[in-house]
Design a protein around this ligand. Sequence first.
Ligand code: ADP
Ligand code: MG
Length: 547
Amino acid sequence: MAVQSELAGQPVIILKEGTTRSRGRDAQYSNLMASMIIAETVKSSLGPKGMDKMLVDSFGDVTITNDGATILDEMEIQHPVAKMMVEVAKAQDNEVGDGTTTVVVLAGELLQKAQDLINKDVHPTLILDGYRKATDKALEYLEKIGITVKPLDKETLKKVATTSLSGKVVAEEKEFLSDLAVKAVLQVAGESDGGYKVDIDDIKIQKKAGEAITDTKLIQGIVVDKEIVHPGMPKRVEKAKITLIDCALEMEKTEFTSKLDIENPDQMKAFLEEEEKILEDMANKVVKSGATVLFCQKGIDDLAQHHLARSGILSARRVKKSDMEKLSKATGGRVVTNIDDLTTKDLGFAMLVEERKIADEKWIFVEGCKNPKAVTLLIRGGTERTADEVERSIHDALMVVKDVVQEPKIVAGGGAPEEELAHRVRDWAQKLSGKEQLAAQAFAEALEVVPTALSENAGLDPIDILVELRAQHDNGKLWSGVNVLSGKVEDMNKLGVYEPMAVKKQILKSASEAAAMILKIDDVIASSKLRETKGPEKGPSGAEEET
Ligand code: ADP
Ligand code: MG
């Protein structure tokens, strides 16, 4: 192996024992292979007619999904290059929230085409150059064909959300869920620099298995997964004035152990009375502010609870910091750090604060806030698995709506933009020379994997469809794509199958980047894994590979 070489009969040891190394074509071949296998795995789940995957983890827990990022994440992949493909899907998910399957499938196809070229003796560097130029061109064309829309147009946004949901396990309810997603995003959207900005974290997702998907609700406020702290407090407060406090309503504990000398019962009594008075004072400050509801980020002492209950203040303690921030955005209240500073002006408002039982838990609902800048989606679904998939799907829907609100540009789907870009890139590639042209053409062909996979998954003949698609795009039919529901090539723009420009752009960029990164590797040097202590029976001819 390459670990040592001979120099005048003397071995020169460079790498640690146990290190494996593969280089040149060997390394490339195995890397391309690994990436293509990953792409192949998720390909069958692309599009509305894609299949689902059942994933069983090492604890036996089952996930059923067709979300590219989730599939790859749960697969616990070992191969370092295959892991890079997983990273691509994850990055796509974080950036734009959709197109995770497509980006992996496209990267895989780019590598497949690259391998064909390598087999024809085209050097990877030339392929890289060709791909890079083709990507830039494709992005430029994409920008040209994009349709500009109004950022707050509900109809368009709903269509975008519906498209993203149509491939999901929960697609039956896509109209219903899209509507919720659009309402939620528009509620929290804020103006910025002449456009709009959405922080997806302002939409709290609170999930509980049970009931049906259609019982999923958008709440104009926050659902806090805490119980009311004291049984004597009201369970329901209308027109609530809400105070938010992030300090403890408890006696301060000293840093170090202190000693108190008490010599007689009177002193003890006085001491306890003093403590009680301080706690009562704290509770009174809340009462005096006019609050009827209290959310405290820290603890509330039993005595303080008692006083609050007597004054009829609905209170919850140990509320998460993130929830305190959302409560503040939803109710318009200020989070107060020092209870002495608390005034009426700091209070937030909600039409109703109520503790409700959701399945086996009690949660506090803060609803009917005035123009809240944070809202909650209360997700329901028959079983744990359904609720999980609803959460994943609604995440995609929220993200695509956000994408369009922030960058109000869309394209039609069904492989139409990919086919159009393939067409234009092919035309442009004519001008390139020799091998670069081959690479650019390979890039164009790779783009066609999207309509091909969509038709394959719908049980259609991909060759027939591709021939038809190419002919229509030759005739200038920009938005001809595969309508997988009718099984025909149709105008996807007329059908209203829309996707965000941001998603398509990110797919092109990330897939090319990943392909380039993988193509550039010609040497893999891997240190031996840290050996696990398995048991005593491991002999000298143990399982370790020889170097
Ligand atoms: P991804 O994880 O990449 O978003 P999806 O399974 O969501 O993968 O599939 C997305 C693809 O499905 C896109 O190319 C989109 O245009 C296409 N698509 C969505 N709805 C339709 C439809 N009704 N007809 C044809 N293609 C569709
Ligand atoms: Mg999708």
